[in-house]
Design a protein around this ligand. Structure first.
Ligand code: HAM
Length: 422
C-alpha cells in the first residue's frame, strides 16, 4: 500500500517551507508594527459556531465543511476560516467586556472540502487579522493598509484591490427585495443552485461562480445605489482615506464575498499571475457577528490572506529563499571524522551553521559543498591531522590556506566580522 497525503492536502518542505516561514515572519513583523497581538485558536470548533457565523446558505457551510463527531457524540468541524473562532475566543475570554479595542493576528491551517486545483486546496493556510471595537471606518482602512503593506513587503508587485459596501441591517433588506425582483424575472437563466438561492438567500447569487449567473449579475442593479445614508457616508469615507494613502482600488459593485457575516466594507485583493483562484486576500467589516455569537454589540473588521497563493506568486516571480549552511566540514578518513565532529560543534556554538561531509572522495565532497552553496569548506585529511591543522577553502574564489585547528573559529570570526556577518 502506497500512502499519499489526503486529496487536496500538501506537504510543505525545503524551499517552500523556507518561503512559508519567511511569509509568517514578515507577517508577524508587520502586524506588530500595527500593534496587533497573536491569537491561536483550536483547529476544530463546535460545528454550530460556523453555522451561526458564516451563513447557512453559504457554499462553505452547505458543501465544504469537514464535519465529524467525537466519542461523546459532539458535532465538531475543522475550521474553514479563522474569524469565527477568534470571535468566539474574544467573547469567551471576556476581552470584549474588559478591553475597549482588541487587535489580533493569526496564522494557521484552514479546511474546506473543495475541488482541488492550482491555488485551491482542502487544507490551506491563512494569515489573518481581526480588529474589534472600532466603529470608525478608519479601522477598515487600517486593516487594508496592513494587508497591502505586507503584500508589498514580501515583494509582490502586481495586485488589485477591489472594494464594495454590502450595507447594513437597514439598507441590505431593501436591496435584497430589489435584487430578488430583478433575478426572479430572469430565473430561467440562472444555474440550478441559484434557482434555490432565490428563496433561501438571494444575495448569495452575487457570489455564484457559474458563467451564466456571472453574466446575469453584470446587469443587476448595484447595491451601492441602495445604501442608507450612514453606510453611504462610511463608504465615501473609506474611499477618501484610501485615496489619501495613495492606495489604488477598484469599486466592484457586485463584490459580496462568500461569507454572510459582512456588513458595510468588503474587499478583496487579487493577483493576475494566478489562474482562476486569483484572490490572495479577502476581508471586511462585521458589525453584528460578535452579538450574533452571544457577545455584546461590538463591531469587528479584518481579513485573511491565502499563504499557498502567495507562495505560488513568489515562486513564479523567482523569489527563491534558500537557507544554506555557511560551512561544510570534510573528513577524509575515520580519524578525521572525530576531529570534524568537534569542529562542527564549535562552529555551531559560535552561531555558524555547518554541514558534515564524509565517506566520499575530496572531489565529490567539494562538489557537494558547491551544490549546498556554502561559503567555506574545512578539509581534514591525513596531512592536516599530523600537523594539527585544517585546510580552509573559500568556495567563492577558490582560495585556500592552512589554519591551526585551534585557531579556526577565530579565523571565521575574523572573516565574518570583516564581511559584516559576525
Ligand atoms: P476568504 O475569502 O474565504 O475569507 O479566505 C481568505 C483567503 O484565503 C482567500 O482570499 C484565499 O487567498 C484563501 N483561500 C480560501 N480558500 C482557499 C482554498 N481552498 N485553498 C487555498 N486558499 C484559500 C475568510 O476566510 C475570512 N475569514 C476573512 C476575514 C477575516 N474577514 C474578516 N476577517
Amino acid at each position: 500500500m502506497k500512502y499519499t497525503a489526503p486529496k487536496g492536502c500538501k506537504d510543505i518542505y525545503a524551499e517552500e517551507a523556507n518561503i512559508f516561514r519567511f511569509l509568517e515572519e514578515k507577517f508577524i513583523n508587520v502586524c506588530q508594527l500595527y500593534n496587533y497581538s497573536e491569537i491561536k485558536t483550536p483547529i476544530f470548533e463546535n460545528a454550530e459556531l460556523f453555522l451561526r457565523s458564516l451563513g447557512e446558505e453559504t457554499e462553505v457551510i452547505t458543501k465544504q465543511m469537514y464535519l465529524f463527531k467525537d466519542k461523546a457524540e459532539r458535532e465538531l468541524a475543522l475550521r474553514p476560516e479563522g474569524t469565527a473562532g477568534v470571535v468566539r475566543a474574544y467573547i469567551e475570554s471576556n476581552l470584549c467586556k474588559t478591553v475597549s479595542k482588541s487587535k489580533f493576528f493569526y496564522s494557521g491551517q484552514m479546511f474546506r472540502y473543495e475541488r482541488p486545483q492550482s491555488g485551491r486546496q482542502r487544507q490551506f493556510h491563512q494569515l489573518g487579522v481581526e480588529y474589534f471595537g472600532e466603529e470608525d471606518i478608519l479601522a477598515d482602512v487600517e486593516v487594508i493598509n496592513l494587508a497591502i503593506d505586507f503584500i508589498k513587503n514580501i515583494g509582490i508587485k502586481n495586485f488589485n484591490l477591489e472594494i464594495n459596501s454590502v450595507g447594513c441591517k437597514v439598507c441590505q433588506p431593501k436591496y435584497r427585495t430589489v435584487f430578488k425582483n430583478f433575478i426572479e424575472e430572469k430565473k430561467d437563466l440562472t444555474c440550478d443552485d441559484c434557482k434555490e438561492r432565490i428563496e433561501k438567500n438571494v444575495l448569495r447569487i452575487l457570489d455564484c461562480k457559474q458563467p451564466q449567473c456571472k453574466e446575469l449579475i453584470k446587469t443587476a442593479p448595484p447595491l451601492v445605489n441602495y445604501l442608507c445614508e450612514n453606510c453611504s457616508k462610511k463608504y465615501k469615507e473609506l474611499k477618501n482615506y484610501l485615496t489619501n494613502l495613495n492606495i489604488s482600488f477598484k469599486e466592484n459593485y457586485f463584490l459580496i464575498r462568500g461569507l454572510d457575516y459582512y456588513t458595510q466594507t468588503v474587499f478583496e485583493i487579487t493577483n493576475n499571475e494566478l489562474g482562476a483562484q486569483n484572490a490572495i486576500c479577502g476581508g471586511g467589516r462585521y458589525n453584528n457577528l460578535v452579538a450574533n455569537l452571544g457577545g455584546p454589540k461590538i463591531c469587528g473588521t479584518g481579513f485573511a490572506l491565502g499563504v499557498e497563493r502567495l507562495i505560488l506568486i513568489l515562486k513564479s516571480q523567482g523569489n527563491i529563499i534558500l537557507v544554506s549552511p555557511q560551512v561544510f566540514v570534510i573528513a577524509l578518513n575515520s580519524e578525521a571524522k572525530n576531529i570534524a565532529l568537534n569542529i562542527l560543534n564549535d562552529l555551531r556554538k559560535n552561531n555558524l551553521s555547518a554541514e558534515f561531509g564524509f565517506n566520499a572522495s575530496l572531489k565529490s565532497l567539494l562538489k557537494k559543498a558547491n551544490n549546498l552553496k556554502v561559503k567555506y569548506a574545512v578539509i581534514i585529511g591525513e596531512e592536516e591531522i599530523k600537523k594539527e591543522k585544517v585546510i580552509l577553502k573559500n568556495m567563492q574564489n577558490g582560495e585556500q590556506k592552512e589554519v591551526d585547528r585551534d585557531l579556526l573559529i577565530d579565523e571565521f570570526q575574523g572573516n565574518y566580522i570583516k564581511e559584516g556577518r559576525g
